[in-house]
Design a protein around this ligand. Structure first.
Ligand SMILES: Cc1cc2nc3c(=O)[nH]c(=O)nc-3n(C[C@H](O)[C@H](O)[C@H](O)COP(=O)(O)OP(=O)(O)OC[C@H]3O[C@@H](n4cnc5c(N)ncnc54)[C@H](O)[C@@H]3O)c2cc1C
Ligand code: SF4
Length: 502
């Protein structure tokens, strides 16, 4: 345990953050670093509970009390070793994980049993920040080096998709001696880490450092190759002993309201990659750039994607009053970007239609307040109709599942509709999607194998749109299963989460 009395002596310290006025002028990360002594003091607050709920709350099973103790004792290199034993990319999760570990921290319970009071202030250990500092110290000190395998197995694996699931799997598989090739359809590697999540949350240098490390370990990366179009799965199966589909779940939910096709109405995933490209220095087609300076914006949706639209809009100088409407009975999760604008955030709002000008540009959004009833769905409430002005509307309505074209179509894999445990082939699902918008995922057995022998799946494609921490867990577990499939056994670690879920 860190310091016996740390949790009594020291208060939780808020994350140091750049001033709003300053940070909206650029795309640099909004979080600053604690000093070394501050982060050690924060780590010393860990009580090393007999049952560490934080560790169970972390999908990766990160050994949190162990590294908190090592940080308190100034043994950073050992802390790094423990951290890397469960997480390939702690610099990603240390910045953008919603930190379910912190919600599980027993220190939250210590001060009050009143649920309202508890919502007001969390007293948990600043676990995510300790994680970030350990790994950043590792990079600064030059402790993070490539770990090429000791011997080659002669087996070849193709990983399709370079998001966090594909990258974690590729690194694990290479380190036990397999030849790994990662195919990516985009021009840059990293999936949503690169073309979704903005730089002010995660600077892309962190992704590039890992790609460089993996290249030095011997992973081969091929960008600009779309499997299913440029190369068929049948081509890959001739060369590779196993395939991993880590293709994400980027089939977006559509807005079914009149006016959804007006000019100025944009899907978040048409906007966010464009912003990241511009920040990366790409020259964009001037006509296609979504400009926001001085415009009134409405964002539909309450998740990460919606918040990332907001942060970008703030940096483009949008009109300072931004509306954000969420259909379900939950206010949008407040994040640092919500401090940057004057927000009109509302839950239980259904968009009935969008009105446009004679030139086809969106002018206003017409909505109504709804009430949700268990098992019955929602019903509009009388006298609650309203309109707000809008020059731009961003649709961040969530994701249905992976693209059914390409690999899934070629293999006609078994899929499942979320919430229902029925199996449905890709062809039938395509029919179903013509008349509805069910959420779906690729069906896999407990060993991450799809209905096609030797073809595995991991990440959002398997569990539906989720989190980076889950994608890394999925990639690591899928790697162990692929290794066992090819070699009869595997020395790759499994996370305790896997045992609990099995
Ligand atoms: C805007 C946004 C913000 C988010 N913010 C957060 C956050 O702050 N914290 C958090 O924990 N999670 C966040 N998430 C969720 C998180 O990004 C995902 O859960 C995670 O990236 C999933 O990883 P993945 O590897 O499964 O898929 P992805 O990251 O989607 O990567 C899939 C990759 O496969 C490639 N691909 C697909 N098909 C093919 C093909 N046929 N051939 C070759 N390549 C192919 C794609 O181009 C892509 O690069 C966010 C998601 C979005 C959309
Ligand atoms: S990965 Fe996420 S849940 Fe796990 S320790 Fe880090 S912040 Fe917590």
């Amino acid at each position: 345990m860190g310091k016996d009395t740390g949790f009594i002596e020291f208060e939780k310290q808020a994350i140091p953050r750049r001033e709003v006025r300053e940070r909206v002028q650029d795309y640099g990360e909004y979080d600053l670093n604690y000093s070394n002594s501050d982060i050690r003091r924060q780590a010393s607050r860990c009580m090393d509970c007999g049952v560490p709920f934080c560790h169970m709350g972390c999908p990766l099973g990160n050994m949190i009390p162990d590294w908190n103790d090592l940080v308190y004792r100034d043994q950073w290199r050992d802390a790094l070793g423990v951290l890397h034993s469960t997480n390939n990319f702690p610099e990603f999760t240390g910045r953008i994980c919603p930190a379910p570990c912190e919600d599980s921290c027993v220190l939250n319970e210590h001060y009050t049993l009143d649920p309202e009071e508890k919502q007001k202030k969390k007293h948990s250990v600043t676990i995510e920040q300790v994680e970030k500092h350990i790994v950043e110290r590792g990079w600064q000190e030059g402790w993070i080096l490539p770990q090429p395998p000791q011997q080659e197995t002669g087996k070849k694996i193709a990983v399709i998709g370079s998001g966090p699931a594909g990258l974690a799997a590729a690194q694990q598989l290479r380190r036990v001696g397999h030849q790994v090739t990662v195919f990516e359809k985009d021009d840059r590697l990293g999936g949503l880490l690169i073309y979704g999540i903005p730089d002010f949350k995660l600077d892309k240098i962190h992704v590039q450092r890992r790609i460089d490390q993996m290249t030095q370990e011997g992973v081969e990366f091929k960008t600009g190759i779309e499997i299913g179009k440029d190369l068929k799965i049948s081509d890959l199966r001739k060369t590779f002993d196993a395939l991993l589909l880590a293709i994400g779940a980027q089939h977006t939910r559509k807005l079914e309201a009149d006016g959804h096709d007006l000019k100025g109405v944009h899907y978040a995933m048409d906007y966010l990659p464009q912003r990241n490209r511009e920040v990366a220095g790409d020259v964009l087609n001037e006509e296609k750039i979504i400009k926001a300076s001085g415009k009134k914006a409405v964002i539909l949706g309450g998740g990460f994607t919606a918040a990332d639209c907001l942060g970008n809009l703030n940096r483009q100088g949008v009109h300072p009053e931004v509306c954000q409407f969420e259909l379900v009975d939950m206010l949008p999760r407040p994040t640092p970007v919500h401090e940057e604008a004057k927000m009109d955030s509302r839950a239980n709002i259904l968009t009935e239609s969008l009105s446009g000008s004679t030139t086809g540009f969106v002018k206003s959004l017409n909505g109504v307040k709804v009430q949700w009833e268990k098992g019955k769905g929602m019903k509009p409430l009388e006298n609650t109709r309203f309109s707000v002005d809008a020059d731009l509307v961003f649709l961040a309505l969530g994701f249905l599942g992976p693209s059914l074209e390409g690999p899934l179509q070629e293999l006609n894999l078994e899929m499942e509709i979320r919430g229902k445990h029925e199996t449905i082939q890709v062809e039938k699902l395509q029919q179903l999607l013509k008349s509805g918008q069910p959420m779906y995922q690729v069906r896999a057995d407990p060993n991450f194998m799809t209905s096609c022998d030797g073809v595995f799946v991991a990440g959002d494609a398997k569990r539906g749109a989720s989190l980076v921490v889950w994608a890394i867990w999925e990639g690591r577990e899928a790697a162990r299963c692929i290794d066992s499939y090819l070699m009869g056994e595997s020395s790759l670690p499994t996370s305790p989460q896997a045992e609990m879920l099995a």
